[in-house]
Design a protein around this ligand. Structure first.
Ligand SMILES: NC(=O)c1ccc[n+]([C@@H]2O[C@H](COP(=O)([O-])OP(=O)(O)OC[C@H]3O[C@@H](n4cnc5c(N)ncnc54)[C@H](O)[C@@H]3O)[C@@H](O)[C@H]2O)c1
Ligand SMILES: [Zn+2]
Length: 278
């Protein structure tokens, strides 16, 4: 894409238009952030997930060893969203996009998390009213968090709920087997189990899994993903610092916090528990 930009003689007054899903948005955004130290870009998301990722200005590309390790903060000039484009999305991609929507409820808004579950069938059927409200509220929560901590010095990290385990799944399985939203769904089930281990009330995991399943998302760890390999991948993840594992841990539905010293053994136990779907 850089070659095309150079060949096309894009200059500082040019803009890149990202028409497509989150992968296109991330790649085009990263190129726009770094080409000539930054040119403008416009996002036209065509997936539910890309709509969510167009908020917040994070753009990144993957490295074979770790997801999203190479990136930048670069806000689009404009986001144009036409929900009609979603009509052609495969059902798996619909569910995967709703995974991030529910995530916002799980970290910040209990009523919204319940709303997502109660309206799951309408959301899956792309009912315009349900989808409109869900997108608005989900992105609203994200925007509120990002506006207070754009560079992720603190609170913004809450948006990574389910992502430490999720990124490890994506890296181990090879990008492609799991959709991002599916991988973080398994990760969010794992975070709820960790939450219970660290003192959250029993029932948190059961409620979380029920909500995720209502959106037809996976919640168990597939047998072919090796625990050692997953642990290794998590060590490469940017959320691993100073010998401790940093995790976003839910306290209950609608509230989560950043825990910087989660024991590695607890994470390993949770990976094993996730296999049985306990
Ligand atoms: N930057 C961020 O803040 C952020 C946040 C969350 C996720 N992401 C990234 O976004 C990526 C996932 O995005 P995604 O789920 O959109 O995946 P994607 O971009 O791979 O799109 C999914 C699939 O749907 C196809 N597609 C796109 N729009 C379509 C449409 N309207 N109809 C039919 N098919 C369509 C695509 O060609 C692709 O095969 C991941 O790489 C993830 O890391 C970034
Ligand atoms: Zn994500």
């Amino acid at each position: 894409m850089m070659t095309v930009a150079i060949e096309g003689k894009l200059d500082r007054s040019s803009a890149i238009l990202a028409l497509g899903g989150g992968v296109v948005g991330d790649l085009a955004g990263f190129v726009a952030a770094t080409y000539m130290r930054g040119i403008k870009f416009v996002q036209v998301p065509t997936t539910i997930l890309a709509h969510d990722s167009s908020v917040g200005g994070k753009v990144a590309v993957n490295h074979p060893l770790a997801k999203n390790m190479i990136g930048a903060f670069h806000q689009p000039e404009l986001v144009l969203y036409d929900v009609d484009t979603l009509q052609s999305l495969p059902p798996r991609d619909v569910s995967a996009g709703l995974s991030e929507m529910l995530k916002h409820g799980l970290i910040r808004d209990e009523a919204f998390a319940h709303w997502c579950e109660e309206h799951a069938e309408e959301l899956l059927a792309l009912n315009p009213e349900a989808l409109g409200y869900g997108l608005e509220r989900g992105c609203g929560i994200k925007a509120e968090i990002v506006s207070r901590d754009e560079r992720e010095n603190g609170e913004r990290a809450l948006l990574n709920l389910g992502h430490t385990i999720g990124h490890a799944i994506e890296a181990i399985a090879g990008y492609g087997e799991f959709l991002h939203g599916e991988a973080i769904s398994i990760g969010m089930a794992g975070s709820a189990l960790l939450g219970e281990k660290l003192g959250a009330p029993a029932g948190l995991y059961e409620d979380t899994v029920r909500m995720l399943r209502s959106l037809r998302l996976p919640t168990t760890m597939p047998a072919h993903l090796d625990t050692d390999a997953l642990m290794e991948a998590m060590m490469h993840d940017k959320k691993f610092r100073e010998g401790h594992m940093v995790f976003i841990i839910p306290d209950r539905i609608g509230a989560a916090r950043i825990v910087k010293d989660v024991p590695v053994s607890a994470v390993r136990d949770v990976i094993e528990m996730l296999r049985k779907g306990e």
